[in-house]
Each structure stands twice: as C-alpha cells, then as structure tokens.
Design a protein. Sequence first.
Length: 145
Amino acid sequence: MSGLESMYQELILDHAKTPEGKGDPSNHPFTHHELNPSCGDEITLGITVEDGRISGLEWDGQGCSISMSSASIMSELLSGATRDEALARIDEFREMMRSRGKVEPSEDLGDAAAFQNTAKYVMRVKCAMLAWVALEADLKASLAA
C-alpha cells in the first residue's frame, strides 16, 4: 500500500469513527432515504436550502465504514455549497467511482478523493455513493418546491 493509500484509509476510518453531519435529518424540509439492498447499508439525509445554497445538512444511517465515512466527508465538503456546486461535485464523485479508479479526482472533491481506490472494488461503489445519491435526490426535490 502506498503512503497516499494509507493516508486515505486512515482518513476514511477517522470519518467513520467521528462522522461530520450526523444528526436528525427530519429537522430539514427535504429528506431522502437510500438503502443498499446488497449489504443493508442505509442512510436518510435531510437538507435545508436557502437562496440556492445548502444552509443545513444532517444525516443518519448505519452501515460499513465506507458508506458512513463517505456521508461524513460529503457533509463536510458540501455544507454551505450552492445547489449547482453540490450537483457538480456529485457528478464528479460519481464519475470517479464509475471509472474503477482510473479518473483522477480534482481538488474540488477535497477529502472525497480518498475513495478513488475504493472505486476499484465494484461491490463498494454503491456503499460510497449512498449519501451522494440521497443528497442528489434532496437537491432535485428542492428545485421542484
């Protein structure tokens, strides 16, 4: 394992142990629940959007360290982002995950770049994507409101 991979693994484990953004999603007007039926991981994510910006974001869930740390890192990265910025980061994260580790993450993904190596493992991609898919659903619902 390279030094960078080791550092990323440590980052993922740290976020799994002390997650950012974990709270009560029902405090927010837009909530969405995602379940990964292949492993049982699940997350409910709630957001508040004011003036086109994510002004509040909380999630609750259970699952593996990949899904929980991904939710934590995403919360840290996208709390306060505009709707357009958040949707662009979601698209970029999805592209990195679907590339099986071939797409180099941009600096815009911040700590979410830690999941580049995870993308090589097909069964883990959905775990890492769970919170991002829930946020995308919430953002689309906020557009329709």
